[in-house]
Write a protein that binds this ligand. Structure first.
Ligand code: ATP
Ligand code: MG
Ligand code: MG
Length: 356
């Protein structure tokens, strides 16, 4: 038995709660918003992030706490940690909440990133452009997702507009990488230090939002192995317990740069639900509950496509599509650009990706 506490009630929390149930565990979600997707499948406490009493009660009702999004305020973890284990711990959260802290951490452990420089005002932006050059991309340091809080800078003339788009928030300038492909590795680390990596997926983004993930990725075997090795190095350096998503750019010269890390289950890992025996959600639950990790081997090729905004209205056709698993998140309100569900199309492969 046991109850997994989940901070955040979006679709990732929903799928984590389903995985917990599959493993004979209960899930209890803590979320500030009314009617979150995860509340359909788990007990749910609706509470503000600064509601100390509600957080204390939540801590008392669960055996371990994890989170489904990386913007959980540090103060929430501070409040919970003396009462209940929080996995992954606060280090991963602190590193991943700030794009500058994250890139400095990655570079320190020998992982390459795009060139970058912090930006707070027009003066530091000018200095950053001097260092990084153009084309570049200005991003808020915190709270960005689905490409929100980003502005491209093709030439110096775009700088004032890009800075205004940050709305006064601390930012980071990144060199725009001309990648040949984007890949990601979803990896898990157990409390004993064991690491299990899923095969890299190849990701296509549209307007900053993930459109699709395809496995296997088109990269060569050495690049796939290098990406897994980098993910393992990041996990060890963070003394991490749970599943992480690591996003990469692969350049024409086959160099790997890490774009960003997500200290949680990840949209680019949804294909694992159908194409492995231990999907990323069960793997995360196992890791944070201190169970042995499951085998991440892949038994099928897969294409995962997000259903964004009104694309989900096509659910009836997708429901009957050959070889296709349809997932809908039960979101109360449809909005343009909002992830409403996804599909995973499978193609069986003759031999599994690693020995079973
Ligand atoms: P997510 O929803 O993945 O958390 P996010 O808002 O954190 O998204 P990023 O991952 O930083 O955004 O960027 C979204 C996409 O924009 C990337 O996957 C990539 O396609 C493109 N992009 C971001 N930064 C760069 C860069 N430095 N060079 C080239 N392309 C970039
Ligand atoms: Mg991100
Ligand atoms: Mg990203």
């Amino acid at each position: 038995g046991g109850t997994v506490g989940i901070l955040g009630g979006g679709q990732l929390g929903r799928m984590l709660a389903i995985a917990a149930a599959q493993l004979g565990l209960k899930a209890h979600v803590y979320a500030p918003e009314a009617d979150p997707p995860a509340a359909d499948v788990a007990r749910c406490t609706r509470g503000a992030w600064d509601d100390a009493g509600a957080l204390r009660a939540f801590a008392g009702a669960v055996d371990v706490v994890t989170y489904e999004f990386e913007n959980v305020p540090a103060a929430v973890v501070d409040a919970l940690e003396p009462l209940v284990p929080v996995r992954p711990g606060r280090k991963a959260l602190a590193v991943a909440q700030d794009r500058v802290t994250e890139k400095r951490f990655l570079n320190r452990i020998g992982v390459a990133t795009a060139p970058f420089a912090p930006v707070d005002d027009a003066e530091s932006l000018a200095a950053a452009l001097e260092r990084v050059g153009t084309p570049a991309i200005l991003k808020t340091r915190r709270f960005g997702y689905d490409g929100k809080g980003q502005a491209r800078i093709a030439g110096d003339g775009d700088a004032p507009g890009a800075l205004a788009a940050m709305g006064g928030a601390p930012a980071v300038l990144e060199g725009l990488i001309r990648f040949s492909r984007e890949i990601s590795v979803i990896a898990a680390r157990g409390a004993d230090g064991a690491v299990a990596c899923f095969d890299p997926g190849e990701n296509v983004h549209e307007d900053g939002i993930l459109r699709s993930t395809t496995v296997p990725a088109g990269c060569d075997a050495a690049t796939a192995a290098a990406a897994k090795e980098i993910a393992a190095r990041i996990l060890a350096a963070l003394d991490y317990v749970g599943v992480i998503g690591v996003e990469f750019f692969e350049t024409d010269s086959r160099a790997l740069l890490v774009n960003e890390i997500a200290p949680r289950v990840h949209n680019t890992g949804h294909w694992t639900i159908e194409a492995t025996a231990n999907d990323q959600f069960r793997q995360h639950v196992k890791a944070v509950c201190l169970w042995p990790l499951g085998d991440p081997a892949r038994h099928a090729d897969a294409v995962m496509e997000n259903l964004i905004g009104d694309e989900a209205l096509d659910w009836a056709r997708l429901s009957a599509a050959p070889g296709t698993a349809l997932h809908l998140y039960g979101k109360a309100e449809m909005r343009p650009g909002r992830k409403m569900g996804h599909t995973t199309r499978l193609r069986a492969i003759a031999a599994p990706s690693s020995s079973l």
